[in-house]
Structure formats: C-alpha cells, structure tokens
Design a protein around this ligand. Structure first.
Ligand SMILES: Nc1nc2c(ncn2[C@@H]2O[C@H](COP(=O)(O)OP(=O)(O)O)[C@@H](O)[C@H]2O)c(=O)[nH]1
Ligand SMILES: [Mg+2]
Length: 394
C-alpha cells in the first residue's frame, strides 16, 4: 500500500515538474505547428510534423513513436534576448596557441634544452627520443624526427636559439601531415544541407563540440540546425539546446529514450525544408556492446541519408585518454566511415603529440581541436600553428 502511495506521489511531482518545464520553455521557443502563424522564416510550415511512415518491418523504419518536438526560436527575439555573434574561425588556433602550455613546457622546452647543448652525445639523442615519446608523438614519427635532426646535427651545433626553434617547428609540422585535406564537409550539396554526424564515447566532448561547431559555422555566416540524437538522457538534449539558443540556432529533439535515428531524420528533414547550410547531429556514445553501437550508428546514418547524404562524420576523441582513446576510436571507424577527428581537451594534457599518433594510427586527419571549455575554444587544426604552439618561444 505504501509503495502505491509513494509511486503516486512521485508521479504527481514528475508531472508538475514536466508541465513547469514546458511552460518555462514555451516563453523562449515555439512548436513547429505554430510557426506559420508567427511568421517564422527559419522553417516553412508543413502539414504533418511526422515522417513518412515506412513499412514497420523494415530494419531502418523510422517510426517516431512520439514525433520529436521541433522547437523554433522566435522570429523576432524577445525584447532583451540577444544572440551571441561569434567571430569567424579563421586564425583561431593562433589566438588559442597558449592553451598548449602544458605540452609546451614538457615537449617544447624539453627538446630545445637538449638540442641547445654544445655537443650532442648518444644520451642526449636518447633524451630527445624520450621527450617525443612522452608527449605521445608515437614511435614512427619519433624515429623520423630524430633521424632527420641527427643528419642536421652539424647545423644544430651552430644554430641560434631562433634557428633551433624554427628547425623543430619544421620537423613537427612535417609529421603532422601538412598536406592532408582538412576541409569540413559542411557545405550544401546538390541542393541539400551539408550533414555532419558527430560520434565518440561518452564524455569525449561530443555535445560541447557540436555546440562550439554551431558557433563556428554561425560565425562564418552559415545557417545551422542541430539534431539531438543522443536521446539516452534528456539532459544531453537540454545541453545542446542551450548551445543552440545562445546563437539563435534551432535544435530538433525527441523524447528521452526515443529512437535516435528518428530524431536525426527529423533534424535533417527540417534542414532540407528550411534550406539551411548545415545540419549537425549529436549522437549517444554508450559503448554498451560493439555490435549495438555499430547497429545504432549505422542506422542513424542510413536513415539520415534518405534525406541528404552525410557529408562529414566527425569522431570526437579526448586527448587525455592516450592509447585507450585510440583503441576506442577504432571501434567507431568500424561502425561508420569517419572522415575527420576532433581532438578535445588538448588544453589539459602535456601529451599534445597525440595528434600525430592519432592521425598516423587511424589514417584520418584531425580537423578540429578543443582547447578549453569556453564557447569559442574550438579551432580548425593547422599543422604549422599547432607545431609552433607545442614548441613555444625560446
Ligand atoms: N578542458 C576542456 N574540456 C572540454 C573540452 N571539450 C569538452 N570538454 C568538457 O568535457 C566534458 C564532457 O563534454 P560533453 O560534450 O558533455 O561530452 P559527450 O558525453 O561526448 O557529449 C564537459 O565538461 C566539457 O566541458 C576541451 O576542449 N577542453
Ligand atoms: Mg553528449
């Protein structure tokens, strides 16, 4: 009997909280059905908010049990509601270079100190090697750098501090794949929005990256819609919606525990209809079972592609997880074709060399790096600016 009473009490509290939240949100956002009346230009009104119902026995059937709610920012912002206008992303890495201070003090300073010695002994070279390995540069790249430096040891002997620094920056840039194509596939393609799928394990920084990326795109003058396909926790969608709201970007979300593919589908469908430039889809990162993950991500991609091709699959990796992160990354590359890596939390590690290793071991270019928790702490990856950040100034 007591159990029944407690259950009823919990239900009542949950209902009140739910209604409260809806009303609270109603002031800032709007349901799609209302958008015609409000004259919103972000999306066009449409007769039915649900996806076309495919045969239910199809494996990829998108059956939004409860249609994802699409909340539009008001056409004219409420008085006092001001959207952030982030600066364009060009040159961001140069501005954020000092965030690599931890790597800089161990890797950069370590290398410069040894190489500045008058005559380099065998032990000195071992020290150079150890310093590179400790910064997670990886064996292959370390061997390459040391060999190239040794052939230049005559030059080293007479080099000034500035020359030495220049030499090291060049060698590091060389192993960072300066010629790799790091263009983000975010552009409209054949009359449809660019679609970016963001994948990775929990806690890697996916949602944060989607939010920061939305700001980069808005800053670069693009129109964007976000899809909260991490339906596992309602908090994940709230987190994403908050990022979107700050820059006036629409977030498409579903109900907690709903089908991620249905939300992704709806986000892209809305993006196609609204003719936006880019739809960015956040996904869940539970590594419950490898096959479960593959099935889910594979399905999200296939279902989305009924609307528009996925133009970029970004794998988000936490730079502080080292080898473990690289192993996890492989699982994702087996599930979907990853086209770019985002390395987050490079501000919190002394192992900035991980960029080199991740690229060499996965064969996928690092396209963006996270250099802090701030809203604009995501930078397009530029090998030379990064190498300069790792080495630092004399
Ligand atoms: N220092 C730092 N923290 C970051 C960075 N990127 C993400 N984070 C933090 O990592 C935590 C997990 O991020 P979240 O986006 O929720 O991860 P998700 O589970 O993959 O979606 C949050 O506390 C973020 O603020 C970064 O580049 N630097
Ligand atoms: Mg998340």
């Amino acid at each position: 009997m007591e159990f029944v009473l407690i259950a009823i009490a919990i239900l009542v509290v949950a209902l009140i909280t739910g209604v409260g939240l809806l009303v609270g949100r109603g002031r800032r956002t709007m349901r799609l059905e209302d958008d015609a009346a409000a004259g919103t230009t972000l999306t066009r009104p449409r007769p039915t908010p649900t996806a076309p119902a495919p045969a239910p026995d199809q494996p990829d059937a998108v059956v939004p049990e409860a249609p994802p709610s699409v909340e539009l920012p008001p056409a004219t912002p409420e008085p006092g509601l001001v959207f952030d206008t982030p600066l364009p992303s060009a040159g961001r890495l140069v501005r954020l270079r000092s965030r690599l201070a931890r790597s800089q003090s161990s890797l950069g300073r370590g290398l410069l100190t040894v190489l500045a010695r008058e005559k380099l002994t065998e032990e000195d070279w071992e020290e150079v090697e150890e310093t590179l390995l400790a910064a997670d540069v990886g064996i292959a790249a370390t061997t390459q750098i040391v060999e190239r430096l040794r052939t230049q040891s005559m030059v080293l002997a007479t080099a000034s501090g500035a020359d030495l620094r220049e030499l090291l920056v060049n060698e590091l840039t060389g192993v960072l794949g300066p010629d790799l194509d790091r263009t983000l596939g975010t552009e409209r393609h054949e009359g449809r929005p660019g679609v970016v799928l963001v994948v990775g394990v929990n806690g890697a920084g996916k949602t944060t990256t989607v939010g920061k990326l939305a700001r980069v795109l808005v800053g670069d003058g693009r129109s964007v819609i976000l899809g909260a396909a991490d339906t596992f926790r309602a908090a994940a969608a709230d987190q994403l919606e908050t990022w979107g709201e700050r820059v006036g970007v629409l977030t498409v979300r579903g109900r907690e525990g709903g089908d991620p593919a249905a939300v992704a589908f709806e986000a892209v469908r809305t993006g196609v209809e609204a003719e936006v430039d880019t739809v960015v889809v956040d996904t869940a990162g539970r590594l419950h079972t490898k096959s479960g993950l593959m099935d889910e991500l594979g399905k999200v991609k296939r279902v989305v592609e009924k609307q528009a091709p996925v133009t970029e699959v970004l794998l988000v990796l936490d730079a502080t997880t080292g080898q473990n992160g690289v192993v996890q990354a492989r699982v994702f590359t087996e599930a979907v074709t990853v086209t770019g890596v985002v390395l987050t939390k490079l501000d919190g590690t002394a192992k900035g060399g991980i960029v080199v290793r991740v690229q060499q071991e996965l064969g996928i270019p690092v396209k963006l790096i996270g250099l802090g928790e701030g809203a604009d702490d995501l930078a397009p990856f530029e090998p030379r600016a990064f190498a300069e950040g790792l080495i630092g100034d004399m």
